[in-house]
Design a protein around this ligand. Structure first.
Ligand SMILES: C[S@@+](CC[C@H](N)C(=O)[O-])C[C@H]1O[C@@H](n2cnc3c(N)ncnc32)[C@H](O)[C@@H]1O
Length: 221
């Protein structure tokens, strides 16, 4: 499967700059506002879900990048946490971050969001922060996410939307001309989530960087 230009970029200096910025909420909020015209605060706020999963739960975090979501994970939390990404470089950063935060139980895996190496119905919580807008074929990743969720399991993630500020639309336009993928529209993202079995998905706000969340439908016995 062909990876997008974004995927290649994270293996290089861009990944280093991105990781430095995303780890500093104040900086990312300022960059988001000034450069993209977006509000990044909902990303960080949404991570509180990690702290309230039940003991024994399995959490999949794909793409984990440098491990930004680890901030919400307690070292003594009784969960199985699997952090996966396509980039070995980003996984290396995530490993170092886990060590710094004494998160010795986090497991790591190389994985393509579009063909996840995980069993069906494995996850109680699936985190997917800032990954879908990296892809040429995000619908495929949405299907994979839903496959890996247990019935009733929860999905929380973020994605840039096609709808946004004039800065965001201008940047997306420049990216498109250079061969980068165009982020999904809110309508498409909702449709893909619902088709994959995420019941009544919520996507807020309706522009900029949106948090999407929902639960996988329970199967009838
Ligand atoms: C914008 S970063 C997001 C990382 C992290 N979740 C965050 O919010 O900081 C995008 C990540 O997606 C990864 N990535 C790109 N294409 C991927 C793919 N097809 N499968 C898995 N990860 C991918 C990149 O390596 C990068 O770490």
């Amino acid at each position: 499967m062909r990876v997008s230009q974004w995927s290649d970029m994270f293996a290089g200096p861009y990944g280093l700059i991105y990781d430095y910025s995303i780890e500093r909420e104040w900086l990312m909020r300022a960059v988001g506002r000034a450069v993209w015209g977006i509000d990044m605060s909902a990303l960080y706020a949404s991570m509180e879900v990690i702290g309230r999963v039940t003991d024994g739960a399995t959490i999949l975090d794909v793409p984990c990048g440098g491990g930004v979501a680890f901030r919400a994970l307690r070292p003594d939390q009784d969960v199985r946490y699997i952090a996966a990404d396509l980039s070995e470089e980003m996984l290396g950063r995530a490993r170092r971050r886990a060590t710094q935060q004494s998160l010795s139980r986090v497991e790591f895996a190389v994985a393509d969001m579009r063909a996840l190496p995980f069993a069906d119905e494995q996850a109680d919580l699936f985190l997917s922060y800032n990954g879908l807008h990296m892809l040429e074929d995000p619908e495929r990743a949405v299907t994979e996410i839903a496959r890996c969720l247990k019935p009733g399991g929860e999905l929380v993630g973020t994605s840039l939307l096609a709808e946004g500020s004039w800065q965001q639309r201008a940047l997306i336009g420049i990216g498109r001309r250079r061969g980068f993928p165009v982020p999904p529209s809110r309508r498409d993202l909702r449709r893909w989530l619902a088709a994959a079995g995420i019941a009544e998905p919520v996507i807020e706000p309706d522009h900029g960087l949106a948090v999407f969340r929902g639960h996988k439908e329970q199967t009838e016995d």
